[in-house]
Design a protein around this ligand. Structure first.
Ligand code: SF4
Length: 330
């Protein structure tokens, strides 16, 4: 693992067993699995914003949870600052979580409705025995000011339902930063807030990244949002990465038909702008029985015979190590 990388993911897989009914279990003995993540490799460099993008069901959220070990992997290695997280026991992982925090999509679901905002934000300082009482309150008020939860002394005593959507998400961001982590996994962090405050929250995240020297894993289905904040991005489809590169490479010169279709679907502020690529036809197939060969072939407008027969490896474009694509025809 090079010093440049904060996170390295190697051959990561997560297969969830399919729960069957009693009769179904008697009829079919074969166990079935949802192939949520099916062998992904990538690195997150220190100080960068690495995006994971794709439709719902692509495996991006599960990948984020695997990195934090909120779910256990089926196979593969997760290195964080040179340490293989899959080898850590409960206590080792608990200590490591001080350095890895998460911002969930739904702040309502991730805040205790009976806990006052200030107490919720400062709770981790108590759990790790870092600051209690007045010192805890002082640090929380300071963080609330920094994330724009003002007036902090008034909002400190409010319950989550007394805050606006934007304020709740700021509270979740403040809570994630209280332990001064190295990595923040932000899973659709602005998807649940009003459109009018999305840009403000993204600006805040960019500012906090500089102030706290953070590295982000930014998970999103929205390529317009990713474009605003990410340095590099990986596009996921049915548990696999189909294209990865810098923002410039992927947005200016998308090579995979799925990436091209996703980018073509991004709304543009010009009503006369013309679309150049068709949207993928049909729905994302079932991850229980993913299509053979290239998983995108049932929806791909340029698929050929080989596409349903062989899995295309993710490989660099000639003369460009950083821009990687998994497509037989590229
Ligand atoms: Fe389309 Fe074939 Fe490329 Fe898959 S490998 S994206 S099906 S052309």
């Amino acid at each position: 693992m090079t010093k440049q990388n904060l996170v390295e993911i190697r051959g990561l897989k997560k297969w969830f067993p399919v729960q069957k009914g009693f009769i179904e279990r008697l009829v079919t003995r074969q166990r079935q699995f949802v192939h949520a993540v099916d062998g992904v490799n990538f690195e997150i460099r220190r100080g960068e914003v690495f995006g994971l993008a794709g439709e719902s069901g692509s495996g991006k959220t599960t990948t984020g949870r695997l990195i934090l070990r909120l779910v256990e992997s089926t196979e593969g290695d997760i290195f964080f600052d040179g340490i293989d997280l899959t080898t850590l026991d409960g206590e080792g992982m608990r200590r490591m979580r001080q350095r890895m925090q998460v911002i969930f999509q739904d702040p309502f679901a991730s805040m205790n409705p009976r806990m006052k905002t200030g107490n919720a934000i400062g709770h981790s300082l108590e759990i790790f025995d870092i600051a209690r009482g007045e010192e805890n309150r002082r640090r929380v008020l300071d963080m609330m000011e920094r994330v724009g939860l003002t007036p902090a002394s008034t909002l400190y005593d409010k319950y989550p339902h007394q805050l606006s959507g934007g304020q709740r998400q700021r509270a979740i961001i403040a809570r994630a930063l209280m332990l001064h982590p190295d990595l923040v996994v932000a899973d659709e962090p602005i998807a649940n807030v009003d459109v009018s405050v999305r840009a403000l929250l993204l600006e805040l995240m960019v500012q906090l990244k500089q102030d706290f020297n953070l590295t982000y894993l930014f998970i999103t289905h929205d390529l317009a949002t990713a474009k605003y904040i990410c340095d590099r991005i990986a596009i996921m489809y049915l548990g696999l990465i189909c294209e990865m590169g810098t923002l410039e490479q992927v947005y200016r010169n998308p090579q995979h038909p799925y990436t091209q279709a996703l980018l073509a679907a991004v709304p543009v502020p010009n009503p006369h702008a013309r679309r150049t690529a068709p949207l993928p036809k049909g729905e994302i197939p079932s991850p229980i029985n993913p299509p053979s060969g290239c998983r995108f072939h049932p929806r791909c407008p340029i698929a050929e015979k080989i596409c349903s027969q062989e899995i295309p490896p993710l490989q660099p474009l000639p003369g460009n190590e950083e821009h990687q694509v998994a497509c037989h025809l590229v």
